[in-house]
Write a protein that binds this ligand. Structure first.
Ligand SMILES: C[S@@+](CC[C@H](N)C(=O)[O-])C[C@H]1O[C@@H](n2cnc3c(N)ncnc32)[C@H](O)[C@@H]1O
Length: 275
């Protein structure tokens, strides 16, 4: 009986102290992870893109609600969240699970969790073939490693990189922001070009094209002789070149391309069966 009274007196104190310990543990658990600029990442450390450059990068990529934006190595999620705020669907691929959780919290706070999602994954093992716009802030050698995969994306896919280039693939556009940006203030844009290298039947002539990324050179051979193809350029599936002082512009769709000539007529070319 005495033991019962002792227990009755001690229980409330035991319960109270257990509650306080549990509450303390919860408060500690809910302490948000604070990322540190320069913290280790799998292949690249974390340095956030200045918001002013994030805005410029998405502007250069012409991101709209019709786009699917993927940020490779998405850090705290700022590019993905900003793309979602522009109405796009956006995905961040990030190796650090704490950064992924932080990004999800940030997206929820900004009210864009329905369009901004994040996955904990290695960008080298991820499929980003469905993206219409890819953003990244990685390193020159990583860009080069990704380049073959990027060049195989759908023509017209826009790639925007903070600060780092793509080796000898020159950018279609470069912008340097001055306002509210101290370091890492340059963005580069590339548009994945259609693949047109080879021989094409153009009217009664044979058009032979040589392609270096988005740049084209070549010749047109007709009964009368061979003339050079000048100023050849691709912008996604849009093609333009000069032959004999006339400007040809048009669109490439698989093994055929067609468009208009500055003289007023139309042109059409189909890929020759022979190499
Ligand atoms: C320079 S930060 C850029 C962050 C963000 N894109 C931005 O512009 O603010 C690079 C990010 O890539 C992540 N990262 C590094 N290697 C990675 C890999 N192999 N796969 C996925 N993420 C990676 C890092 O954890 C870091 O958050």
């Amino acid at each position: 009986m005495q033991a019962f009274f002792v227990l009755r007196r001690v229980w409330p104190a035991v319960l109270l102290s257990s509650f306080l310990i549990a509450a303390g543990a919860c408060a500690q658990g809910s302490k948000e992870f604070q990322p540190q600029v320069g913290q280790e990442g799998k292949d690249v450390i974390w340095v956030p893109t200045p918001q002013t450059l994030v805005d410029k990068m998405l502007e250069m990529g012409k991101v709209t609600e019709h786009d699917y934006v993927i940020d490779l190595g998405s850090g705290d999620g700022r590019t993905v969240i900003t793309a979602a705020k522009r109405g796009a669907k956006a995905l961040g691929i990030e190796y650090n699970p704490e950064m992924v959780e932080l990004s999800r919290r940030n997206a929820a706070r900004e009210g864009v969790s329905n369009r901004a999602s994040f996955t904990k994954a290695d960008l080298f093992e991820s499929d980003f073939s469905q993206a219409t716009v890819i953003t990244m802030f990685l390193l020159p050698d990583i860009n080069l490693k990704l380049r073959p995969k990027i060049l195989n994306l759908k023509p017209g896919t826009r790639i925007v990189s903070n600060s780092f280039t793509m080796g000898d693939w020159s950018a279609d556009d470069t912008v340097n922001v001055k306002d509210n940006c101290i370091s890492y203030c340059t963005a580069y844009l590339w548009i994945v070009p259609a693949k047109v290298e080879g021989n094409w039947q153009l009217g009664d002539g044979e058009l032979s094209l040589k392609q270096t990324y988005q740049m084209l050179s070549g010749t047109l051979t007709r009964a009368g002789g061979t003339v050079p193809v000048a100023n050849g350029k691709l912008q996604g599936d849009r093609i333009s070149f000069n032959i004999g002082g006339l400007l040809y512009t048009g669109r490439v769709v698989g093994n055929s391309m067609d468009g208009t000539i500055s003289s007023g007529g139309n042109w059409k070319a189909t890929r020759s069966a022979k190499p």
